[in-house]
Design a protein around this ligand. Structure first.
Ligand SMILES: Cc1cc2nc3c(=O)[nH]c(=O)nc-3n(C[C@H](O)[C@H](O)[C@H](O)COP(=O)(O)OP(=O)(O)OC[C@H]3O[C@@H](n4cnc5c(N)ncnc54)[C@H](O)[C@@H]3O)c2cc1C
Ligand code: SF4
Length: 499
C-alpha cells in the first residue's frame, strides 16, 4: 500500500470540489498541502469530438444512463476533471428566495447564498447569450410561448468564445463553457493544489482515505503510479456529487449514527419532448439552451427549457418503436425540442443506498405532484410546439404519443395521468441533489449549515449532496455557493483544524 500525507483532501473535482480547491488554495502559500482526488481523467480538448456513444462512455458514469432501482428513470452525472461542469450546459440561475426559505436551514439565509452566487457569476462569466447564437430551435420556443401569452426568459449562460457547435453535453471542444475545469481548478493548481486524476476513493477512515489509481484508457495519464493508496489528511472534504458522496459515506462505516444519510434525494425528473416541423430548422448548431419559462414553477412545480440532444439520446426519448419511430427521426434537421424539469419534493424514502460491493443504488418513487406536473407540462409544451408551427409532436404521456397538428385542440383529452406509465415513458434526470442534507438534527440531516458532518470535526461535504430539498432551478451556481461557504468555514477554523 502506498502512503501519502496532506493537510486537506478534496474528493471529486466537480462544481463543489473545484470551488473548494480554489477557495482553499491560498493556504498552500502557508505551506499547507492540498490535493483533489478525482475518479475520472483530465481530457485533452481534442478528445471532446462529439462522437455521441463513445463520448458518453468516457465523460459520464454509466454512459449517462445510471438506472434507478425501479428502472423507470436514468440519471446522468459526469466523471472527470470538472465533474459534471465538463458536460453541463452552463445555464446559470440564482436560487429563488422562496426555495431558500423552504430549505429552512437555521443559519443559512438566501442573502448568504445570493452573495456567494454573485461572486461565481462574475468569475465564471455569466451573462446573457448573444442573439447571434440563438438558433431556430430556441427561437421557435420563444415564439410559441409568446403566442400563448407565456413569459419566456433568456438563460444567463457562462460561455466565452462559443462557436455554436452544440456539443455542450459531451464536453466543449472550444474551451467556451466556463466550468470549474476552465476557471477554478486551473487557478487552484496554479496556487499549488495537486490534482490527482484516475483516482477512485473507496472508503474514508479516521483522517485518511483508501483510494486506488486505475487508469482509464483515455484522457491524460494519471499523475500517480497505478495501485492502492492510503492518503492521510487533517481535513477531508467530500465533493463526489449527490449519488457518489452519499455512497462513499455509506460504505465508510463512519463513527456515529446517520439515519438521514443517502435520504431526501431529489433530481428534477425530466422529459424531453420533441416536435417535427415541415421544413428543416437550425437546431443542432448554435448554443443548445437559450430560453426557459417558469410560469408554472410555483403552481405546478415544473419549468420548461429549450434543449437539443444528440441522435441516440433523441431516439431513446421517443416512446414508440418501428416505423413511427423512424418516421419521426428521418430528418433530424426538422426536430424541435423542449425539456420539462419537475421540481420534486424531498421524500425520506427517495434515497441512495449501497449494495454489497459498495456500489450506489438509487430508490426513487415519483410523488403525485411530480406525475401531475409532468402530465400538465406535456400539454403546455404541446401547445407551444403547435403555436410555433409544428406538424406533429411526440408526447410520451399521450394515448398515442405521436400527435398530428390537426389534433392540436384535443391535447386535454389525449394527454392524461392514465397514460403516464412508468417504465414506458423515457424519464431522465441530470440534477442530482441531497443525500447529505444540511440541517441541525442528525435525525433528518447529515451536516450542519457549514457542511460539517454531524459529530465528525474533520469531515465535510461540499457539493450537491448538501441540498436539503430540490433547488427547483438549474443548480450548479448554488452548488458553488454552498461549496464556497464550506471552504470559508474551513478557512476560519484552519488554525485549529490544520495544526
Ligand atoms: C448533462 C448535464 C447538464 C447539466 N446542465 C446544467 C446547467 O445547464 N445548469 C446547471 O445549473 N446545472 C446543470 N447540470 C447540473 C450540474 O452540473 C451539477 O448540479 C453540478 O455539477 C453538481 O456538482 P457536484 O460537485 O455535486 O458534482 P459533480 O460536478 O458531478 O462532480 C463530482 C465529481 O466527483 C467525482 N467523484 C465521485 N465519486 C468519487 C470518488 N469516490 N472518488 C473520486 N472522485 C469521485 C466524479 O468523478 C465527479 O467528477 C447539468 C448536469 C448534467 C449531467
Ligand atoms: S455550443 Fe458553445 S459552449 Fe457548447 S460545446 Fe459548442 S462551443 Fe462549447
Amino acid at each position: 500500500m502506498n502512503e501519502r500525507h496532506y493537510d486537506v483532501l478534496i474528493i471529486g473535482a466537480g462544481a463543489g470540489g473545484g470551488t473548494v480547491a480554489r477557495e482553499l488554495a491560498p493556504l498552500c502559500r502557508e505551506g499547507k498541502r492540498i490535493a483533489v482526488l478525482e475518479w475520472g481523467p483530465r481530457f485533452r480538448d481534442s478528445e471532446f469530438n462529439g462522437d455521441e456513444l463513445r463520448m458518453a462512455g468516457k465523460v459520464y458514469f454509466a454512459s449517462g444512463g445510471f438506472l434507478t432501482e425501479s428502472r423507470d428513470m436514468t440519471l446522468a452525472f459526469g466523471r472527470g476533471y470538472g465533474g459534471s461542469t465538463m458536460v453541463y450546459t452552463g445555464t446559470s440561475i440564482d436560487l429563488p428566495a422562496h426555495v431558500a426559505d423552504a430549505w429552512a436551514v437555521p443559519g443559512l439565509s438566501h442573502g448568504d447564498i445570493a452573495a456567494r452566487t454573485a461572486k461565481y457569476k462574475a468569475e465564471n462569466n455569466v451573462h446573457e447569450l448573444d442573439d447571434g447564437l440563438i438558433n431556430e430551435n430556441n427561437g421557435l420556443f420563444a415564439q410559441g410561448c409568446r403566442a400563448l401569452g407565456l413569459n419566456v426568459r433568456k438563460f444567463p449562460v457562462n460561455i466565452k468564445g462559443c462557436q455554436g457547435s452544440g456539443m455542450c453535453n459531451m464536453g466543449c471542444p472550444n474551451q467556451a463553457k466556463q466550468g470549474t475545469n476552465r476557471v477554478q481548478l486551473p487557478e487552484a493548481e496554479a496556487q499549488g493544489v495537486e490534482i490527482v486524476t484516475h483516482c477512485r476513493v473507496e472508503r474514508i477512515g479516521e483522517r485518511y482515505v483508501d483510494a486506488r489509481i486505475e487508469p482509464f484508457p483515455f484522457g491524460l495519464p494519471p499523475e500517480w503510479e497505478p495501485g492502492p493508496y492510503r492518503i492521510h489528511a487533517k481535513v477531508i472534504v467530500v465533493c463526489g456529487g449527490a449519488v457518489n458522496t452519499s455512497a462513499l459515506l455509506l460504505r465508510s462505516s463512519l463513527p456515529g449514527r446517520f439515519p438521514a444519510l443517502g435520504r431526501y434525494f431529489t433530481c428534477h425528473p425530466a422529459l424531453t419532448l420533441i416536435a417535427q416541423h415541415d421544413q428543416p430548422i437550425t437546431n443542432y448548431y448554435g448554443f443548445p439552451k437559450t430560453y426557459y419559462c417558469d410560469d408554472f414553477e410555483r403552481s405546478d412545480h415544473f419549468i420548461l427549457e429549450t434543449c437539443m440532444y444528440f441522435p441516440f439520446t433523441t431516439a431513446k426519448n421517443i416512446a414508440t418503436f418501428g416505423e413511427a419511430h423512424s418516421a419521426f427521426l428521418e430528418d433530424f434537421r426538422k426536430l424541435q425540442m423542449i425539456l420539462v424539469l419537475a421540481g420534486d419534493p424531498a421524500l425520506r424514502e427517495n434515497r441512495i443506498e449501497v449494495d454489497g460491493d459498495g456500489e450506489p443504488k438509487v430508490h426513487y418513487n415519483f410523488a403525485d405532484s411530480v406525475r401531475a406536473g409532468l402530465v400538465k407540462a406535456q400539454k403546455v409544451a404541446g401547445d407551444i410546439f403547435f403555436a410555433a408551427g409544428a406538424r406533429r409532436i411526440h408526447l410520451p404521456a399521450a394515448a398515442e404519443p405521436m400527435i398530428d397538428a390537426s389534433m392540436a385542440g384535443d391535447l386535454d383529452t389525449l394527454v392524461g395521468d392514465q397514460h403516464f406509465e412508468l417504465g414506458r415513458i423515457p424519464i431522465s434526470a441530470a440534477h442530482m441533489m441531497g443525500g447529505c442534507r444540511m440541517g441541525t438534527s442528525p435525525e433528518d440531516s447529515v451536516t450542519d449549515a457549514w457542511g460539517r458532518v454531524h459529530g465528525i470535526p474533520w469531515l465535510f461535504c461540499a457539493d450537491s449532496s448538501l441540498f436539503p430539498k430540490s433547488s427547483e432551478v438549474n443548480p450548479y451556481l448554488t452548488v458553488m455557493a454552498l461549496a464556497d461557504r464550506v471552504a470559508e468555514g474551513i478557512r476560519m477554523e484552519a488554525g485549529a483544524l490544520l495544526a
